[in-house]
Design a protein around this ligand. Structure first.
Ligand SMILES: Cc1cc2nc3c(=O)[nH]c(=O)nc-3n(C[C@H](O)[C@H](O)[C@H](O)COP(=O)(O)OP(=O)(O)OC[C@H]3O[C@@H](n4cnc5c(N)ncnc54)[C@H](O)[C@@H]3O)c2cc1C
Length: 493
């Protein structure tokens, strides 16, 4: 019998993991990637001995990677050299106070009680409840292949309305455990990683601080890009073919089927199925014939974006931990500012990553590799902001916040700078509106309510990745890959 073929558009983590799963089941799989190397948003670069992860910097939910690697016949622990990062984050507040989030409960008790008396009890209650959120949400919302509305809207799922609290706002709900605004911020800022505001995110997302505390935040030697190095290796072992520098121009369709793709250089490639890993709203709007859904997707809610600065620095700043977060007293204003406007918030919350604390090889001896990330609104059609002015504003905000740690001379010690703006995210990876996490994860865009993994009309066209189900994040990308590849295999028979 002729071997069935699948074309995958995009070598992001979800595309590669899906490719490996499909090839292991005997399909002929080719990945077409516009860029020169795999990984998509999970990217990196090196310069003058400094190595930067330009996308993810936090490996969370290690057990999900373990399971997904095992499903691909590989051992996660054997392929990566992992260390746990504890304390995970060093939080710095506007008034100079600090909180190091750690799995050491005695240290947590001492620190929390100093900030708010009796708050350790609130912390333990919060962790207990968020553990339930984690377990329930992973089982019923994340690791689920919703094929029909009835899979989601049914009586069995009704208890979820109470058990994972999707109807309560996260920030409001955290008030049941803490009064002190600094602690409310400390246990909700993780929503930012989903591109969400805690003032809008469902309380379900307390699952994020839970998993970071309990399952840990980890770091692979060599940085997060090592995960990307590992997954294509598994895919190649399974027989997947990669074509880099190969932008797809359009998906070729007939009435209810796709027949293959046409590349930018005009070459046509046929296949029995196409799986799109490129950002889903981009695929509907740029690669498929015009249809109403495409416009509807553009009107959905998008995550915010970020301005990322990558600095090679000629001295070491030991005051900076691996993951330092500066949380602002203007917590709400921060999120409101970036929800609908292309602005940098005043006094922004911001994140600084110093990878050589975890792996000295990430910077030359006696020097530092620093990444600083400031949230910014996603791009708005028809508006061309003054990027230089926004970058200047964000850079100055970072320098100002670093003064709280006694760092006053960073500007003089930067050897080189690379900056990613929303425009970079759009150009490099075709992310619609430059939204770093794609479609956002508010209540009406969660679970089954996110765009599905198979096209409603073209039944041999599938989607994996951040803007489809289950959603953003590296572990989630691998789950998306497994669920969708299973469905594709069933459909192709
Ligand atoms: C700044 C930032 C920080 C993050 N931090 C974390 C973190 O700490 N931990 C975590 O777990 N997650 C994090 N994430 C989220 C995580 O990176 C993403 O959810 C995940 O990598 C998405 O993978 P994907 O496969 O869905 O898509 P992508 O990575 O977007 O891959 C899609 C691929 O399709 C390619 N493509 C697009 N158009 C075409 C075309 N026409 N032809 C051919 N190829 C095309 C793109 O070039 C890209 O390679 C972060 C993301 C960002 C941006």
């Amino acid at each position: 019998m002729k071997q069935k073929s699948v074309l995958i558009i995009g070598a992001g983590l979800a595309g590669i993991a899906a490719a490996a799963a499909l090839a292991r089941r005997g399909l002929h799989v080719t990945i077409l990637e516009k860029n020169a190397h795999p990984g998509g948003r999970c990217d990196h670069f090196s310069r003058e001995g400094h190595t930067f992860d330009t996308g993810p910097t936090l490996l969370i939910m290690p057990h999900v990677y373990e399971d997904e690697f095992a499903a691909l016949g590989a051992s996660f622990r054997e392929r990566l050299d992992l260390q746990r990062v504890d304390p995970t984050y060093h939080l710095v507040f506007d008034n100079g106070s600090r909180l190091n989030l750690t799995s050491d409960l005695k240290s947590m008790e001492d620190q929390l009680e100093q900030i708010e008396p009796d708050s350790f009890d609130g912390f333990l209650r919060y962790m207990e409840e968020s553990g339930q959120h984690y377990n329930q949400a992973m089982r019923h919302l994340v690791d689920r292949d919703f094929r029909h509305p009835g899979d989601f809207f049914n009586l069995r799922n009704l208890p979820l309305l109470f058990s994972v609290r999707p109807l309560l706002k996260h920030y409001q709900h955290v008030g049941a455990f803490f009064d002190e605004p600094r602690l409310k911020a400390a246990f909700t800022f993780q929503d930012m990683y989903m591109g969400l505001s805690p003032f809008e995110a469902p309380a379900t997302f307390s699952m994020m601080p839970y998993t970071e505390m309990v399952h840990g935040v980890w770091y692979p030697k060599g940085g997060l890009y090592q995960v990307v190095e590992a997954v294509p290796a598994i895919a190649r072992e399974a027989g997947v073919e990669f074509a880099f520098g190969c932008p797809v121009e359009r998906i070729d369709v007939t009435d209810h089927h796709v027949g293959g793709v046409t590349l930018k250089d005009g070459q046509r490639i046929q296949a029995d199925a196409v799986l799109a890993n490129a950002d889903l709203p981009y695929v509907y709007n740029e690669l498929l014939p015009p249809e109403k859904t495409a416009q509807k997707l553009l009107n959905k809610r998008y995550s915010c974006s970020v301005l990322s600065f990558f600095w090679g620095v000629d001295k070491v700043y030991p005051q900076l931990a691996p993951h330092t977060l500066f949380l602002s007293d203007n917590y709400r204003e921060n999120f409101d500012a970036v929800a609908h406007k292309m602005v940098v918030p005043e006094n922004p919350c911001l994140y600084v990553h110093a990878p050589s604390r975890l792996d000295p090889a990430m910077a030359p001896a006696g020097q530092d590799t620093l990444t600083a990330i400031v949230p910014i609104g996603h791009m708005i059609d028809g508006q061309e902001p003054d990027w230089r002015a926004l970058m200047h504003q964000a850079r100055q905000a970072i320098f100002k916040r670093l003064e709280a740690l006694g760092i006053r001379d960073l500007e003089q010690h930067i050897k080189f700078e690379t900056c990613f703006t929303p425009l970079s995210w759009r150009r490099r990876y075709n992310l619609v509106k430059g939204a770093t996490h794609g479609l956002c994860h508010n209540l009406t865009q969660l679970g089954y309510l996110r765009p599905g993994n198979r096209h409603a009309r073209y039944h041999n066209l599938y989607f994996v990745g951040a803007s489809t189900r289950p959603g953003t994040g590296m572990p989630t990308a691998m789950i998306s890959a497994r669920l969708t590849s299973q469905r594709l295999i069933e459909d192709l028979g």
